[in-house]
Design a protein around this ligand. Structure first.
Ligand code: COA
Length: 225
């Protein structure tokens, strides 16, 4: 199911319980020593997913360390993204070229409090949410939250720029379970010319999952050399 949130060429690996015992690459293990126990466990599970996904691209033995602002440092020529939350962990990767960026985010299917929804949305965005047909039990706030985090995970590795929750606005299309995200502050750099991003979401009893993929066809600028 998660693979269907991305374009066809994206490889997605979801964690299984036996992957919890998989050892880290020695360089990843050394890096993870600075983390607390719970973080180390989720870090390791994310790396196990990433390792399997990279192997499907023919890349073996790569140490996936974290760079600036915690963004994973994927091998040259690869874009990827990771998410973990209770009971769920997954990685998505693809060859650079047709794909420029990927973002995946999962959150427990719990409604957000009204103050939190207010913090992560702008007034016009909330007005559009209010006009949507019947909200899912989890509420639109959680969907918007994951959509924005998946946008950030796609955007940051391309631009190196932080995005606050009100730096982008989301339009949801509940019939298609898709969304459009638009950068709404001029000072935020475009991602290779793109200021609009497209994503898909999935809601089940346990989780809300969102995915963004930026394709070269959506970018007006060539890759940096
Ligand atoms: C980075 C962030 C999105 C992570 O989300 P989360 O729900 O806390 O955690 P998840 O498990 O889903 O994702 C964590 C993974 O995201 C990835 N990640 C973290 N920072 C990242 C970044 N700057 N760029 C790309 N990926 C990043 C990492 O792979 C990380 O796992 P790892 O540390 O084990 O490698 C969140 O902590 C954050 O900083 N949000 C504020 C920025 C934002 O979302 N703005 C909205 C813009 S509209």
């Amino acid at each position: 199911m998660i693979a269907s949130l991305f374009p066809e060429d994206v490889i997605v690996v979801r964690a299984t319980p036996e992957m919890e015992r998989e050892p880290l690459h020695p360089a990843e293990r050394a890096w993870a020593e600075r983390l607390g126990e719970n973080r180390r466990r989720e870090f390791a599970l994310g790396r196990a997913c990433a390792r399997r996904a990279l192997a499907r691209l023919g890349i073996e033995g790569f140490a996936l360390l974290s760079g600036e602002n915690r963004a994973p440092r994927w091998p040259p020529g690869v874009v990827g993204t990771l998410t973990h939350c209770r009971g769920f962990c997954a990685a998505a990767v693809a060859r650079c070229g047709a794909l420029v960026g990927l973002g995946l985010d999962a959150e427990p299917a719990r409604p957000l409090s009204a103050p939190l929804v207010e913090r992560i949305t702008a007034e016009p965005e909330r007005a559009r949410l209010g006009a949507l047909p019947a909200a899912p039990a989890v509420g639109w706030g959680t969907v918007l939250f994951t959509a924005k985090e998946s946008l950030y995970k796609c955007y940051f590795p391309i631009t190196g720029a932080f995005l606050g929750f009100r730096d982008a606005e989301i339009d949801l299309d509940p019939e298609a379970a898709r969304f459009t995200a638009r950068l709404c502050r001029d000072e935020k750099p475009s991602a290779r010319g793109a200021r609009t991003f497209h994503g898909r979401y999935h809601i089940d009893e346990a989780l809300v999952i969102s995915a963004v993929a930026l394709t070269a066809a959506e970018c007006s600028e060539p890759p940096a050399t």
